[in-house]
Design a protein. Sequence first.
Length: 482
Amino acid sequence: MSWPAEAGQDGQEQARGMLAAFRGQVYRCLGRRRDALFELADGVLCRPGRVHMLAELSLEPECRRGHGAVYDAVNAGQVQVARLRRALAGLPLPAWPDGRIRLAVDVSNWLRPDAGTSPDRLFCHCYGRGKGNAQLIPGWPYSLVAALEPGRTSWTLPLDAVRLGPADDATGVTAAQVRDVATRIIAAGHWRDGDPDILVVFDAGYDLTRLAWLLRDLPVEVLGRLRSDRVMYFPAPPRLPGTNGRPLRHGAALKLADERSWPAPAAATVTQASRYGTARAAAWGRLHQRLASRAGWEDHEGELPVVEGTLIRLHVDHLPGNRSPEPLWLWSSAEGTSAEQVDRAWQAFLRRFDLEHTFRFFKQVLGWTRPKLRDPAAADRWTWLIIACYAQLYLTRHLAGDIRLPWQRPCPPGRLTPARVRSGFRSIHQALPCLASAPKPGKPGPGRPPGSKNRHPATRHDVGKTITRDQPKRKPAGRRVK
């Protein structure tokens, strides 16, 4: 469904009606244990403090089920994910001055280091508190796609979440996820023929060239960060008459770490930013990466493609907490080096960090990774419930008042944070229709007889990738085997 942008009602009534309609959509997206799951989401939204465990949500007045029903709903309930995805895609997307939709993609980890009986765990890359203290911890990585807003804000609109499994190709799964999100956005009427391409922003660690190649048939522009040790290539020079041999596919090399290999940029801009000082950007057009038949390109049929784009070098005076930051290298699949395109690219990349606020709010306030769930399907169910809760807060931000503690600063009008909106959600919830049916009286089951032992221990699972090759990898020709 898609929501009307204009209505003949008052703004407050329109927002309240939109919230009530979306809550009805969420309720109809729930299958088994529908009432318990819906009231559990209301408990998450109306709880005054942070969520630490599922059992404590049963103490909230909005959740009329007991703690046993709460855990049973998460472990054995049902969420119709496809229907919920369409409902999220129908929500009004953040409006940018140029009319371009901007999406951010990143991975957030649900760490489960001590859950030896939980399947499908991977080694998740995490950063410690000290500099350079990165480590690998077992857990479930989730890839999230969210719509970004203009300006400095802690709001995003999550549109999709996919858990990466041990046998998944991360780039392939991400490309399929972005494709599905873009298709739903187009189906909802947010993008029409003639509109600017949808800008999808990635952080470091993604294969940008392969993503651009897999999404080449969609109105999507891929933008992401490159490592500072990469080597990019200009187009091959024209073939001279009478020259024999195979035509060249790559031109001069541009080494990101070697300033001597940088030619004069095709465009250079200077912008004054309040948080970063002077931002200097330089751009070179039609640069591509030299591909090899390994990793994601190992199964590519035919000659490897040449995917050209725009390389951007961004240098700012300072960052919050860092007075001498290193330059930042970006690559965009869009071919264009005008000053407007260059500034739009690096400014959109800086807005990508708003997604980190969403991850922090999910984990620290809504308690996304707090439950000690064994089954990854239950983790997926709880993840989508958290996304539905956040979407309700997103629709409520123009209805909630600034309810704050005495030591908290007041928020300017229209600038309430997700935590402030959640503080006032209970008063708004009282005026909304009650969709869940009343609980039926019951009593707890007998449980395990006293003194008996568990004779069916849970299966323990290994951590990491489980990809196996049907055929052994062939050795390159011409190499001797000793």
